[in-house]
Design a protein around this ligand. Structure first.
Ligand code: SF4
Length: 74
C-alpha cells in the first residue's frame, strides 16, 4: 500500500497537509482543525468518510504548497 493510499480521503483533500517531526515521522495535519474543533488536528487514518472533505483543484497536490512547514512534534 502506498503512503498516499494509507491516507484515504485526506490524500486528495485541500485541507490536508503533511508535517514531519524532528525524528522524521510524517503526520497528516487537518487545517480545518484550526477553525473548527470538530476536526482533529491529526485525524485517524485512513479517512474513509469526512463531512469536511473538499477535493483538491485539478493539478494540485495536497501538502505541496509554500505554506507547508516542518514542525517539531514532541
Ligand atoms: S477535512 Fe477531512 S478529509 Fe480533509 S484533511 Fe481534514 S480530516 Fe482529512
Amino acid at each position: 500500500m502506498s503512503q498516499v493510499a494509507g491516507l484515504g480521503l485526506c490524500a486528495t483533500c485541500q485541507h490536508g497537509r503533511t508535517v514531519t517531526s524532528r525524528k522524521g515521522s510524517t503526520f497528516l495535519f487537518c487545517r480545518r482543525s484550526e477553525q473548527d474543533t470538530r476536526y482533529p488536528k491529526y485525524p485517524a487514518l485512513p479517512m474513509v468518510r469526512c463531512p469536511g472533505y473538499e477535493e483538491t483543484r485539478k493539478g494540485e497536490r495536497p501538502g505541496r504548497n509554500p505554506f507547508d512547514v516542518t514542525v517539531p512534534l514532541l
